[in-house]
Design a protein around this ligand. Structure first.
Ligand code: GLA
Length: 754
């Protein structure tokens, strides 16, 4: 609900209040963003400056309350007394916007440009501010667990004006905060970095042309005492896939100014009389229930209001992807063989990755030419897709539409379609970007991709993008607007297609792309130990339903690490599960284990993909209120390990629960010559007999089944001991390095009947 009372605006839902007032000078003063409060609290929540501000500037020399520098503001100009960072820069001009009017609209307010927007807002408040030559509109859309802000600047004067900076929002909040950002690089995304916000500005930004794997646009501000379950945490994110900027800085008065928007480095846009510039939407969330509470609010918002309506809360298929298993080396026969095996394992969707078109036999050629390679696929894409569907699998296809190889028919025909600057071309993964700011390029993409999707009845698309951009400032922004137009033209008329965005993995993991792409390939790194960091980083702001998570081969391509198949599955369960390895070389024990994994995942798929997610000292937990699933993950084994206490959250303290471990087994071959301690006969550790046994037999371990109260589970229960070097004991959790466990916690039947 949004109300206005004597100049006090109150946006309130069950989970938050957002309050601001228009002060005596027509300046919107921020009052509160946090747990629900009353409109009547406005006075108590406002800044009440005292006397004497030394050299400070006052709007009215008689009134110390007119010193903008000391107030919490909804928006700030430049050169008028507020010397903190301004969210707006009009080339070399001061700005001083004052309140004019407001409007409360039902639902969302649609944008004029192709930027994507969240959907399903309850109401939108539009505050109009004005100064002599311009109008500034601040939009506030209310969603149950988040508020979405954006701004629009219009030149109302006669002369053109030059815009150098316009943020989506600016906010001043009282308190001491640390900023958590999610940084990294290719195959090492989403590493959480905490920086105390003090007198010097803390900046989170991307300049690569994408939202980037270096600095994800999503970030948190949290108070020093915040934990997973308690304390004040704010979350911010941008509905945008290009260069972004956010800053936080604490003033001497103890107010933290935070703002976010398009990165304005090299940005310069001329607005002629009557022209406007719209910023992307920014999402603001808060919680007094710690990181877990913040994640829950953000996840709910993304699942309900960001991903396309047709895919909201829709179970995601278990897929098989050809990339890590085949790379470029396949033909129809090999793909059909893999599809048969994938189906047998329980997969539901077969995805043909890179290499199916033009001269694309390596990453040096063919990009841009989406004509099927008939040598590899003699029955064309329609023929292959039909044969795969006949096996009972859906069919998906990879594209990398925004790029081109110089060695391609497209580049030979249209060299001018490549994005260039005045210098010699610079390549990333042997490719150039296409200039999506050109209408003819966007038309070409739509015209070359849609017929393939329609004729082969494609039900899933992996949309890749594998290089950084050379576009600067407003050109970089126009590229992203071009991309959104193309995505809209291709996928809005085809809502049944599941789009998975990919950009060398998590290089474009953002809310802008998620408005089209319900799931995103989280990282090219599928090593489960690395994935623990990557998926955990992403989990603060993005729900599991958005994270593509695959089981791949061991040793792993990027780390050379060997990990148990169980752990590869257990980590990928907490996302949208897929398999990406050569299925032909699986051992019988592995086939059996993968079948069990997929059956288990399907049974609890909705809890894994949509359940409430939280982090604890041993790993992760998801819960739909009825079923709770906990993952416990280990690194290197230590001798004489301590007990482990599993502590869950969100259960009913008086209810009784059955906790059971997911049955796991260890390959007999892993024991090597230790087998002599337990086997009745002496087996050669390097002999044929053990090799054969290892292919077919595994030993179960560590089974846990107990009935226990919610209170005890939330207090923490001690798990079965870890392997202690005394030979095989079924009661110990005998994992070896990088082992893991999954526990299924359900209310007991008696309990449910009560
Ligand atoms: C990128 C993607 C991979 C794969 C390859 C294909 O690296 O992230 O998943 O699709 O391209 O070339």
């Amino acid at each position: 609900m949004i109300t206005e009372n004597n100049g006090v605006f109150h946006i309130q839902t069950a989970s938050y209040s957002y309050l601001f007032k228009i002060n005596a000078y027509g300046i919107p003063e921020h009052l509160h963003f946090g747990t629900p409060v009353q409109t009547e609290d406005a006075e108590a929540l406002s800044c009440r400056p005292g006397l004497g501000w030394g050299c400070s500037i006052l709007l009215n020399g008689e009134d110390t309350a007119s010193c903008l520098d000391t107030l919490m503001l909804e928006w700030s100009g430049s050169g008028r007394g507020d010397y903190r960072e301004s969210p707006l820069e009009l080339a070399g001009q001061p700005s001083d916007f004052r309140y004019e009017s407001y409007e409360i609209l039902k639902g969302n307010a649609a944008m004029a440009c192709s930027l994507p927007q969240a959907h399903g807002a309850e109401e939108t408040l539009v505050i109009t501010l004005a100064q002599k030559n311009a109008k500034l509109q601040l939009y506030y859309s209310a969603y149950p667990t988040a508020i979405v802000r954006r701004s629009v600047l219009t030149n109302t004067g006669e002369a053109p004006m030059t815009l150098n900076k316009l943020m989506s929002f600016s906010l001043d909040i009282p308190g001491n905060f640390t900023m958590a950002t999610f940084n990294g690089s290719w195959i090492a995304e989403m590493r959480r970095t905490d920086t105390v916000v003090g007198a010097s500005k803390v900046v989170n930004e991307s300049l690569t042309g994408s939202s980037s794997n270096r600095h994800n646009p999503g970030f948190l501000l949290f108070e020093p005492d915040a934990t997973e379950t308690a304390g004040r945490v704010y979350g911010f994110n941008l509905v945008y896939s290009g260069n972004h900027y956010a800053s936080a800085q604490r003033s001497h008065q103890g107010l933290t100014r935070v703002m976010q928007g398009i990165n304005m480095s090299n940005f310069c846009r001329e607005l002629k009389s009557g022209e406007s510039f719209e910023t992307p939407e920014a999402v603001l969330c808060c919680s007094n229930a710690g990181f877990g509470g913040l994640s829950k609010n953000m996840h709910t918002f993304v699942n309900d209001h960001i991903v396309p309506v047709a895919w909201a809360h829709r179970p995601r298929p278990v897929l098989y992807n050809s990339w890590e298993g085949c790379v470029f080396d396949f033909n129809e026969h090999r793909l059909l063989d893999l599809a048969g095996r994938a189906k047998d394992l329980g997969c539901e969707l077969f995805v043909l990755d890179d290499g199916w078109f033009g001269a694309r036999n390596n990453d040096k050629a063919g990009l841009g030419d989406y004509t099927v390679n008939k040598k590899k696929l003699p029955h064309g894409m329609e023929g292959l897709a039909k044969r795969i569907r006949d096996k009972g699998l859906d069919f998906g296809l990879w594209f990398e539409p925004e790029s081109v190889n110089v060695d391609s028919d497209l580049y030979r025909a249209h060299p001018d379609w490549a994005l260039t600057d005045e210098f010699a071309p610079v390549f990333g993964r042997n490719q150039l970007l296409l200039d999506l700011t050109k209408q003819e390029v966007r038309d070409y993409l739509v015209k070359s991709i849609c017929p393939i999707l329609d004729s082969a009845k494609i039900s899933y698309v992996k949309w890749d993008m594998n290089r950084h951009s050379i576009a600067l400032g407003s050109k970089a922004h126009d590229f992203i607007l071009g991309l959104y137009e193309v995505l809209d033209r291709i996928f809005t008329p085809r809502p049944g297609i599941l789009l998975e965005s990919c950009s060398s993995g998590g290089n474009r993991f953002d809310l802008g792309i998620m408005c089209f792409s319900p799931q995103v390939w989280t990282s090219d790194d599928t090593d489960p130990v690395e994935r623990l960091t990557i998926q955990q980083g992403a989990s603060y702001l993005y729900p599991q339903s958005t994270m593509g998570a695959h089981v791949s081969a061991a040793p792993h391509a990027q780390t050379l690490r060997t990990t148990p198949l169980a752990t590869r599955g257990n980590v990928a369960f907490f996302g949208c599960l897929g398999y990406e390895l050569d299925l032909k070389h699986l051992l019988p024990v592995e086939v059996k284990e993968i079948k069990t994994q997929i059956t288990f995942y399907k049974q609890y798929r909705e809890v894994f993909q949509y359940g409430t997610f939280s982090r604890n000292a041993l790993g992760w937990q998801v819960s739909d209120g009825k079923n709770t699933l906990a993952g416990v993950f280990h690194g290197l084994v230590h001798a004489a390990p301590s007990y482990e206490q599993l502590r869950l959250t969100g259960l009913k303290k008086d209810a009784r629960y059955r906790i059971a471990s997911l049955t796991q087994t260890i390959r007999v071959g892993q024991f090597g010559n230790l087998l002599k301690h337990v086997a009745p006969v002496n087996i050669d550790p390097n002999g044929q007999l053990l090799r054969i046994a290892d292919r077919h037999f595994t030993l179960p371990y560590g089974e846990e089944v107990m009935t226990v109260s919610g209170a005890a589970l939330m207090n923490g229960i001690l798990l079965r001991p870890l392997f202690r070097g005394t030979g095989y004991d079924q009661n110990q959790r005998t994992h070896g390095d990088f082992g893991s466990d999954i526990y299924i916690v359900e209310e007991t039947v008696e309990n449910r009947q009560e």
